[in-house]
Write a protein that binds this ligand. Structure first.
Ligand SMILES: Nc1ncnc2c1ncn2[C@@H]1O[C@H](COP(=O)(O)OP(=O)(O)OP(=O)(O)O)[C@@H](O)[C@H]1O
Ligand SMILES: [Mg+2]
Length: 376
């Protein structure tokens, strides 16, 4: 399609074009018949073709056969509403290699039969399958956890009992030592208890849970303890439907995330702020590993902080067990969070930079028939 045709279609050109071309993300406009009518510079780079060449092509020529992008474009044109799709592979024989992208597809306000597609290439770290990594990590500790539970807890209770007996006849100096034995034994039991959760393969008992009640409870716990004096901001969508989950486990998840946020400040200042947000995002559909269907994960819960951010080199391993930068941390917090969210059919991801770190939990919606996740 020529420039003249574009202008007559009243598409934003001129200033809008300059803005589009300055964007680092590939953007293309697709007409009703599937023809590409415009593309920005980033799209030219992405598809390795000039805009003139692109305008002579159909969208289906650029993407793999049967690509979800094609049905998404149709869906958007049909519904007139924007849809996102995450982790779609756009590699073709002509454009091979790792081409995992997030797709943002929206109708063009002036021309509803035209559709704008924005692609967001995933970073290398992101390309590692997040859930696979997390679930694999959780599995790798599960055998170890089961062994630890049996082999360590029993002798430990013996050691603790013996220390308590000794305490009764010990002098003051020795009593400090017996106290030390008990305290350290308690610390190991606590660690083993946390590990035990990983070996628990039983299906979780779930019920419809109001996430706002959970978040309020977590906030109260935090403010009376580790997050004393830290400012909390809550941005809730009050109409959010319930999440089909195990309430206690959800408390554990958000307690861990809020605790990490609070700890990230080092010493909290007047600026330190933790934000809890909930939102409904019906456009999000994801393909889970090992399954062909895409699940809809419309419930979004975020914990944000304005601390220093997660160190870059930690990012790819963030949800692995025993990854910690804290002198007394066990590095089990986020591994546990990932395991619980995975057991609930959801996912967790993290974006982080200085003064802006967000842990985003995406969960399926409660269908009311006890079936759990809705698939699409
Ligand atoms: N909000 C955050 N801001 C900055 N870094 C974070 C944040 N959350 C997690 N991290 C980093 O990720 C690491 C792993 O977190 P995780 O909760 O798994 O373990 P931990 O907090 O170190 O120990 P534990 O939770 O067992 O007490 C932390 O040590 C920290 O370096
Ligand atoms: Mg932690």
């Amino acid at each position: 399609m020529s420039d003249t045709a574009l202008r007559s279609a009243d598409l934003p050109l001129g200033a809008a074009d300059a803005v589009l071309n300055a964007l680092p993300l590939p953007v293309i406009i697709v007409a009703a018949d599937g023809r590409i009518v415009d593309a920005n510079v980033a799209a030219e780079n992405f598809f390795e073709a000039s805009v003139l060449l692109l305008r002579r092509q159909m969208l289906r020529d650029l993407v793999p056969f049967g690509s979800p992008l094609l049905s998404l474009v149709e869906q958007v044109r049909h519904r007139g509403a924007a849809v996102n799709e995450y982790k779609v592979d756009l590699s073709t024989p002509r454009n091979p290699g790792d081409r995992l992208v997030d797709l943002h597809v929206a109708p063009l306000p002036e021309r509803l039969d035209h559709v704008v597609v924005m692609l967001q290439e995933r970073t290398i770290a992101d390309k590692m399958d997040r859930q696979l990594t997390h679930r694999g990590a959780a599995r790798s500790v599960s055998a170890l956890a089961a062994m630890l539970a049996h082999e360590i807890k029993n002798p430990l209770s013996g050691i603790r009992g013996a220390a308590q007996l000794l305490e009764q006849s010990a002098g003051d100096d020795d009593r400090t030592l017996t106290r030390l034995i008990c305290d350290e034994a308690d610390r190991i039991v606590k660690l083993v208890d946390r590990m035990e959760v990983f070996s628990d393969e039983r299906p979780v008992e779930r019920e419809p849970v109001n996430i706002h009640v959970v978040l309020d409870h977590v906030k109260r716990l935090a403010q009376s303890g580790f997050a004393r004096g830290i400012k909390f901001v809550e941005i809730y969508d009050p109409s959010l439907p319930p999440v089909f989950a195990n309430r206690d486990q959800l408390v554990q998840v958000f307690l861990n995330l809020v605790k990490n946020a609070a700890e990230s400040f080092g010493g909290a200042t007047a600026e330190s702020e933790i934000q809890l947000t909930t939102a409904f995002r019906p456009g999000v559909r994801l393909k889970l590993p090992g399954s062909k269907t895409r699940v809809s994960l419309p419930l979004e819960f975020c914990v944000r902080d304005n601390g220093p951010g997660v160190p870059d080199d930690l990012m790819p391993h963030l949800f692995d067990p025993f990854v910690t930068t804290k002198p007394t941390g066990s590095g089990l917090g986020l591994a546990l969070v990932a395991k619980i969210i995975g057991d609930h059919g959801g996912i967790i991801e993290c974006e982080s930079q200085a003064r802006h770190t967000v842990f985003r939990v995406l969960m399926p919606m409660f269908t009311g028939d006890g079936a759990g996740p809705t698939s699409a």
